[in-house]
Design a protein around this ligand. Structure first.
Ligand code: URP
Ligand code: ZN
Ligand code: ZN
Length: 460
């Protein structure tokens, strides 16, 4: 045994129990009431702490060229920040360029990440040209990339998929076990509202972003794509769902037997669109936009009722200088915000401590469910013999306040600045190696590995 974690409380998606965890060759080798460590074995004392499967954030955009700039947390620093926040695996995207190969995009992204990441990572494909990608999907799955984001929006960026593309891609997943992940916003509604309100951009300020991306632009898109999954028998995952109406559409689909799962993110559970009226409101612009208070309530309920099965972050870090590109025109704000470093402590504080959900539910949402749905389980997403020793030792007693100063992220603001926290990761291990301690990165650049994933991921 190389490492023994002693005296902790093990928390999985189903259980909470006292036990020691023995690690050998990067894997969990033994779980027992008490393990006697031999001479030379590293002992980590987890007394009073939770020993949980490492967090898996299935939704990040590191060094993404987007909105005329490139997101600031790159593979090197973004994975360090994630480690500090208790995450052990990230899933980023290889986004195809129109007229180009999807497989090339995936392989270019791997070249960019390999040797620079300090925790494990995987990739989704991003399909922007279905006519080409349809011939590459099966091969991408063979290469360990079985999930594909398609955008129902971003027509001007050349990323948008039409309904025919979605229909055919979903049809393919019914056969090949892939998963279509949709960014569900109705671009036609948004473009019409931009035309209407655009001339008043300076007067509206950052609130123009909220005004032109209403809840119904998301709800309509979710209703539509759930229907397409239903008629094709396809496998669908709604990313960054932000509305109560969207959750209703997902639930209605699930009740009809449609294979649809959904993710939401901390920004949709904790922030509301009154922020856009503040002096620095433009910082919060992300797509979909943060919503109104009733949506927040309804999303928490959707999480509690298992309509939403995954919490990711949609990390796409733009710092203040990048956000300032808007120069008072909401149509020019780079969309996105940081998140990997704060998701676990925020969801512990505002989910578990506030009694919105239990500790095992936190593990389900932030580790086990993404591992199962995205084909990483049981290698990742649980504490069990044979699984990778990806472990977050979480101290529920530690209190603090979020300040972006002193955090690992390259961002110089946090959407959750000043938020009180109860509980923080004390130690993060990836395949048995300690990569972060008490919010500080102690790992090694390049230690992270690309993890090939399996198709037909299921929750059950
Ligand atoms: O505004 C966002 N969410 N930026 C990242 C790209 C995306 O659509 O997820
Ligand atoms: Zn998106
Ligand atoms: Zn995203």
């Amino acid at each position: 045994m190389e490492t023994v974690i002693k005296n902790g409380t093990i928390v999985t998606a189903q259980d909470i129990y006292k036990g020691d965890v023995g690690i050998a060759k990067g894997k969990i080798a033994l779980i027992a009431d008490s393990i006697t460590a031999k001479k030379g074995t590293e002992v980590i004392d987890a007394k009073g702490m939770y020993v949980m499967p490492g967090g898996i954030d299935m939704h990040v955009h590191l060094e993404l060229p987007f909105c005329g700039t490139v997101s600031r947390d790159d593979f090197e620093n973004g994975t360090k920040a994630a480690a500090c926040g208790g995450l052990t695996t990230l899933i980023d995207y290889g986004i195809q360029q129109k007229g180009h190969s999807l497989l090339e995009a995936i392989s270019a992204r791997r070249k960019c990440a390999d040797g620079r990441v300090s925790i494990d990572y995987s990739l989704h494909g991003g399909i922007t040209d279905w006519a080409l990608a349809r011939h590459e999907m099966d091969q991408a799955i063979k290469l360990g990339v079985p999930s594909f984001k398609m955008f129902m929006v971003y027509r001007n960026e050349g990323w948008m998929a039409d309904d025919g593309d979605l229909l055919q891609a979903l049809e393919a997943t019914a056969r090949n076990g892939g998963l279509v992940m949709t960014h569900s916003e109705n671009d036609y509604i948004i473009q019409a509202l931009l035309k209407e309100h655009g001339p008043r951009a300076k007067e509206l300020g950052a609130y123009g972003h909220a005004l032109t991306r209403p809840d119904y632009s998301e709800i309509e898109a979710i209703v539509r794509v759930v229907k397409l999954a239903e008629v094709t028998g396809g496998r669908l995952f709604i990313v960054h769902m932000s509305t109560g109406g969207g959750a209703d559409a997902v639930k209605a689909g699930q009740d009809r037997g449609v294979k649809v799962h959904a993710e939401t993110c901390p920004q949709y559970l904790l922030l509301d669109d009154s922020l856009f009226k503040k002096k620095d409101g433009h910082l919060y612009a992300t797509c979909p936009q943060i919503r109104k208070k009733p949506d927040i309530e309804r999303l928490w309920i959707a999480v509690q009722r298992h309509t939403v099965e995954v919490i990711g972050t949609d990390t796409c870090t733009f710092d203040k200088a990048q956000k300032s590109m808007w120069k008072g025109d909401f149509r020019k704000i780079p969309y996105g915000m940081p998140g990997v470093e704060t998701v676990i402590p925020l969801m512990h504080t505002y989910g578990v401590v506030k009694k919105k959900f239990t500790l095992p539910r936190l593990v389900q949402l932030c580790s086990t469910n993404p591992a199962k749905i995205f084909g990483l389980y049981p290698r990742k997403g649980t504490i069990a013999p044979g699984s990778d020793a990806d472990i977050t030792i979480f101290d529920p007693r530690k209190e603090g306040t979020i300040h972006c100063k002193g955090m690992q992220t390259n961002c110089d603001w946090s959407p959750f600045e000043g938020y009180k926290l109860k509980g923080y990761p004390a130690c993060t291990l990836v395949r048995g190696k300690v990569v972060a301690k008490n919010g500080k990165f102690v790992g090694e650049k390049g230690y992270g590995q690309f993890i090939a994933r399996k198709p037909f991921g299921e929750l059950a």
